[in-house]
Design a protein. Structure first.
Length: 132
């Protein structure tokens, strides 16, 4: 799926589907980019993508002036995964065992993945108490 994220980036609306292309390879994406008009390609400033290296390479070859970044979904996923690994490591270091019901770090695992703006009073207090 090729999606235009300008509406989200500028806060003017939702993302817009540009195309759905069969296949997941560097060549498929590179061909799709090459088929776009030169003025369109020159206007692309940022390309958000998942971690597949082929997309980054195709972007560098076809859109040399564009900046390749990780899309928000995959960025948040990787950050959450790193947070979970850290939480498990701290749990093991402090208690010498995997998380169990009643262990504060185990009980807070879902809360740690909740955005600060969505935390309720009790969840905020629980999160802050973990750092004490």
């Amino acid at each position: 799926m090729i999606v235009d994220l300008i509406g989200i980036r500028e806060g003017t609306g939702p993302a817009r589907l540009l195309d759905m292309v069969e296949g997941r390879s560097k060549q498929t994406f590179k061909t799709w980019l090459a088929d776009r008009p030169g003025a369109w390609r020159d206007a692309v400033e940022v390309v958000a993508m998942d971690r597949f290296a082929g997309f980054k390479t195709a972007t560098a070859e076809e859109l040399p002036d564009a900046v390749a970044v990780m899309d928000p979904f995959h960025g948040a996923f990787l950050a959450g995964d790193a947070l979970d690994r850290c939480r498990r490591w701290v749990q093991q270091a402090i208690h010498g065992h995997r998380g169990r019901r009643g262990d504060p770090l185990y009980s807070a695992r879902r809360t740690l993945h909740t955005g600060a703006d969505l935390l309720t009073g009790p969840r905020t207090e629980r999160t802050l108490s973990l750092s004490a």
